[in-house]
Write a protein that binds this ligand. Sequence first.
Ligand SMILES: Nc1ncnc2c1ncn2[C@@H]1O[C@H](COP(=O)(O)OP(=O)(O)OP(=O)(O)O)[C@@H](O)[C@H]1O
Ligand SMILES: [Mg+2]
Length: 425
Amino acid sequence: MSNLAYETDPSEIVTHEAEPVLQTLRPVPRISIQAFCETEAVSSPIERAGEDRRMAKAHLKVHMGGVATAVEFYQTAATPNLIIVESSSEPKEMVASLQQLAQVCDPSSKVVIIGHYNDVWLYRELMRAGISEYVVAPISMADIVSVIANIFVDPDAEPVGRSIAFLGAKGGVGSSTLAHNLAWAVSNLFESEVVVADLDLAFGTANINFDQDPAQGIAEAVFSPERIDEVYLDRLLAQCAERLSLLAAPSTLDRVYDFDAEAFAQIIDTTQRTAPVLVLDIPHIWSGWTKTTLARADEIVITAMPDLANLRNTKNLIDTLKKLRPNDKPPKLILNQTGIPKRPEISLEDFSEPLGVTPLAAIPFDPQFFGNAANNGRMLGEMDAKNPIVETINDLAHILTGRREIKAKKKAGLSGMLERLKRKS
Ligand SMILES: Nc1ncnc2c1ncn2[C@@H]1O[C@H](COP(=O)(O)OP(=O)(O)OP(=O)(O)O)[C@@H](O)[C@H]1O
Ligand SMILES: [Mg+2]
């Protein structure tokens, strides 16, 4: 039996974003980009590319007008790192007009042309003239982000690891517990290296849950970001299982933790370069740095309990995150601690309906199982690998790492769960 709450519709549950090509791209560095467009069909995907989270550090400005406008503009202005120009001219005319652009363009600036002719001669001429890329319209937002990433992201570097951020819709809902157990499941099931970063510096519980007491941890990294590199990161990681390591929170109150919005950017960046999966255990607060961290995560999992305050907060979180991440799927949702005896609760359907997001799973309240695991510093899967809650967590591990959709045989289990939830409400 499983507690998964999805009816199997594979198109619903693949974890990929709307544009799969974006998934493989690393964030674009802090570069300046100016685009000169003749048509809205080209300017609008470029504008949208500028809102993509992978472009968060880059500065993009879109002007209307093609090569001539660009040439005039750069008579007086310095050229940026990248100029994107749309030109609907036919090949020979285009090559001639670009010579004028070359005269006002700093040699260090890269140029991408968006044209309307699919022409081999033109392509060769442009490459020979030092144009970085020629793209034939129509173009999509993802095309633009990929073109930019291909030029500016170091092609020799390892592909970036995926970050999965966990956040509770309210305090104490079980977000950290699920984050730790899911991280453990991923490392255990897929033999994949996983790092858990406990971002709750004051009160984090990852050290308790994994029975670790490292001398150093995430605080060293956030308080001295200039020291962070892959070697330093290795020293901060505490090994919890064969392929699982922890950036532990100090969980002390000797200092206060008023971070600026970028405080965790460096450590997250570095960790993502070293491990394929990074689980971010984010405390239930809304601040500059939690917002930034969530905006940049590859995947977000909200844990909620089935009551009104959780529903209201989840709704606000989902709405806000959709605006912050217009090109990503909405956050994933897990209902936790369902079926607390004598406690009225909102049914799964009533909880999902206003959100437009169906929870991936509903995990029942089981104080004995969770309590024993926590008190022993063990993961649920180590306590009882056959427990249905562990099965659910394993299924979630598959879904969150994009490995598979929910198994068909689970259907019986989930309709059973839905039935029970209905009866309770
Ligand atoms: N399904 C469950 N059944 C029973 N107890 C649970 C369940 N899920 C979590 N718990 C317990 O709830 C408590 C709070 O969990 P946890 O610390 O993970 O919540 P949180 O959302 O991270 O809280 P915080 O707001 O402090 O970060 C823990 O004692 C945990 O063992
Ligand atoms: Mg927590």
